[in-house]
Design a binder for this molecule. Sequence first.
Ligand code: GDP
Length: 365
Amino acid sequence: GFRCGIVGLPNVGKSTLFNALTETASAAAANYPFCTIEPNVGNVPVPDPRLGVLSGIAKSAKIIETQLGFVDIAGLVRGASKGEGLGNQFLGNIREVDAIVHVLRCFEDDDVTHVEGRIDPVSDADTVDTELMLSDLESLEKRVPALAKKGMQGDKEAKVAAAVLGRALDLLREGKPARLVVPGDEEEAKALHAAQLLTGKPVLYVCNVAEGDAAEGNALSAAVAKKAAAEGARSVVISAAIESEIAMMDPADRPDFLSELGLTETGLARVVRAGYDLLGLLTFFTVGPKETRAWTVPAGSRAPQAAGAIHSDFEKGFIRAETIAYDDYVAFKGEAGARDAGKFRSEGKDYVVVDGDVLNFRFNV
Ligand code: GDP
């Protein structure tokens, strides 16, 4: 599945956030008997109000959310790119995730030591970004000339990679992340993706504020929001302390607790959804009397690929996808009504799945 890595300096609230995420996940784990549990990885259900609407219409016995993986990546300190702390291991762990959730300390608390001795989330973010950029810079300074040489010797793939990674190297030399590279075509996009640059991954800044600031944020989180906007990144405000309280609470008591704090949903729900957006994923649904279930595929996926998200046999033997758009399914109160209204479509292997599609696959076994 898709994974977000939680990073940040020590003592900013990463573990508190990760534990709150996985607390929620273990409460939901009954729905996922086949998922393996790794200590620093949590698969977290993606909240989606459309599931309740669809299952209400179809009178499904249960709802199953789609999931997003979170990985707790500890060990970043200044100098990581030079092997300080758990430097190399840390950078290797980041390489394996699809997106970065960067936690920043935006709360004051004299009892919690700050590794740099002052509360300044924008400069913390720069410290972490600098380590990631130095690591990419160092690896590209070796790789780009080697690729260029191979390219000159007639290796076409190496030539494409040398061109696009060369532009990444230029940006890094100016102190800018590789995520700002615009690939010229699909080949370049592939080469860039395959290079797994640390600063090429999408970033979500999570501002960890004091409980009282959870609803509105504070001056520190506002400064982070400004930085994020300037970089084309995103930011959300949460209070990790509140989230860990909520995670341990009886679900029935959560709405009242949230509304007392001026919140309409948990910060975790916002982090999970933002992670999902960050990765460019979309959701489709399968709906029946047994269950209404959400599934994840990358935006732009075609019907057979969506079938493969459910089972590889569905993709191999794909014949067609019976499709009803979410809005049509709701407006015409289910499959029968949608059929009568002419909104039931039979789509072939080139169909590009749309977010919210209710799909039923026909396949050969
Ligand atoms: P990590 O090193 O980034 O994983 O940070 P931890 O999650 O272990 O948190 C470090 C310390 O900060 C712990 O003592 C937490 O209880 C405390 N902490 C985390 N989030 C908050 C918060 O929102 N407010 C306050 N006051 N303390 C927090």
